[in-house]
Design a protein. Structure first.
Length: 163
């Protein structure tokens, strides 16, 4: 069963568990985290793109629009891929009970404090940093739109006063 090939077997007591080889289990865990990072970072890239287009239109159009979008999304995926790499070392195909011969995909943090460090870093990198960037970008966008609309309202008042 532990031959390096991806053998799948279903073992169940209370439910079903898919047991796979080391390469399959670590790559699947890496892909799961990649999806979390990429969704947060692509949303962040979208917010940055909107911020540049609305608040700094001349700077945004100095780059070609396609190049700017590709750079932002490519950077988001590259960052997500880079931050997903620790999963390859954390998860592994390990024996469940010593001598049982039953292997499953488990995470191992040695020493124990590294688990808290990793979980804290993951929460900050997946949720809080994108939250701060997205919030500040959309706050600036709202402020720019509000200022622009107030400017247009004052122009309308001037025109009404002249006529």
């Amino acid at each position: 069963m532990h031959s390096g090939l991806c053998w799948l077997s279903v073992i169940g007591r209370c439910g079903r568990r898919i047991v796979a080889c080391h390469k399959f289990s670590t790559s699947s865990k890496c892909t799961q985290v990649l999806a979390m990072y990429s969704s947060s970072y692509v949303l962040t890239a979208t917010a940055i793109d909107r911020y540049l287009v609305i608040c700094h239109p001349l700077r945004a159009f100095a780059w070609s629009r396609r190049r700017l979008a590709r750079t932002l999304v490519g950077g988001a995926w590259a960052g997500a891929g880079l931050l997903s790499l620790p999963q390859l070392g954390i998860w592994g195909y390990r024996e469940v009970d010593a001598g049982s011969g039953r292997y499953e995909c488990w995470s191992v943090f040695t020493p124990e404090w590294t688990e808290k460090l990793y979980m804290t870093w993951s929460a900050v990198a997946i949720y809080f940093i994108p939250l701060i960037v997205i919030s500040s970008a959309y706050f600036q966008i709202c402020a720019a739109v509000w200022a622009s609309s107030r400017m247009h309202e004052s122009e309308k008042k001037i025109y009404l006063f002249i006529y």
